[in-house]
Design a protein around this ligand. Structure first.
Ligand SMILES: [Zn+2]
Length: 130
C-alpha cells in the first residue's frame, strides 16, 4: 500500500502494533483539508489497534480504531484555520485540546455518521453533521 499525497503510512500507523488501517475515504477527505491548508500538518495519532487504544486509555468507541480519526498537533491561530477547514470539509466530530504546552496542543478530527461519545481526550465540541 502506498502513502497518500501529503501523509505517510508510517505517520498514520498504530504506535502499538505498527498496523495502518486508515479508512481511504477518510484519508481522501483529510487530503482535501491539507491541500486547502497549504502547510505541513503534524499527526500525533492516526490509526489505533483496539488493544493499543485500550492501553492508552482511549474511548472504547474511538474512531481511531476504525481508521476514521486523526489528531493534528496545531495551536493558536493555525488551530482556528484547521478547525474552520475541518468544518468546511465535512469532519463530523471535532475535539479541541488547546491547553498546556504549545507543542502538545491538538485538534481531534473524525468522520462518523453517528457520534455516540464525546472524545475522551477532547473538549467535546461535536458537530453532528450528515
Ligand atoms: Zn483523537
Amino acid at each position: 500500500m502506498s502513502d497518500w499525497e501529503h501523509f505517510t503510512r508510517d505517520e498514520m500507523k498504530c504506535k502499538g502494533t505498527d498496523e495502518c488501517r486508515m479508512d481511504e475515504k477518510f484519508m481522501a477527505r483529510l487530503e482535501r483539508l491539507r491541500s486547502d491548508y497549504g502547510r505541513p500538518m503534524v499527526v500525533s495519532s492516526g490509526y489505533r489497534d483496539i488493544s493499543y487504544n485500550t492501553t492508552i486509555g482511549g474511548s472504547p468507541n474511538s474512531a481511531h480504531t476504525q481508521g476514521k480519526a486523526v489528531d493534528i498537533l496545531v495551536a493558536g491561530h493555525d488551530a482556528f484555520r484547521v478547525l474552520r477547514l475541518a468544518i468546511i470539509h465535512g469532519f463530523t466530530g471535532i475535539g479541541v485540546s488547546q491547553r498546556g504546552m504549545y507543542e502538545r496542543r491538538f485538534l481531534h478530527l473524525i468522520r462518523q455518521k453517528i457520534q455516540t461519545r464525546v472524545p475522551a481526550h477532547g473538549y467535546g465540541v461535536i458537530n453532528d453533521g450528515p
